[in-house]
Design a protein around this ligand. Sequence first.
Ligand SMILES: [Zn+2]
Length: 111
Amino acid sequence: MSAAQIPLFKVCSDCGEAKLPEDFVADKTKPSGRRGRCKVCQRLIDRQRSRQHATAERQRAWHARNPGKRREYQQRWEAAHPEQVKENRRKSNQRRRERELAGTAGKESTE
Ligand SMILES: [Zn+2]
């Protein structure tokens, strides 16, 4: 009896299941010729990605159809939330001051 071809199981890096090599995504750039992810997991990821892509596409298309709307929304939001705008401005001023102080710290004042 010659050495039978024992199917080498691969463990999927995503779901952790041991599967046959042919259940993995083929990738010629990999030395093993297969990716570490099984076809089932790859399909899930592809589906997810195409959905995200579709959403991003829709948003892009919307902004292309409605130029200037983003700024309009921003201005409307600021008008509706004056306290929040003030707070955000205060915070960014504070951050800038802290950065400036950090930049001058350690240097001797000549004044
Ligand atoms: Zn998997």
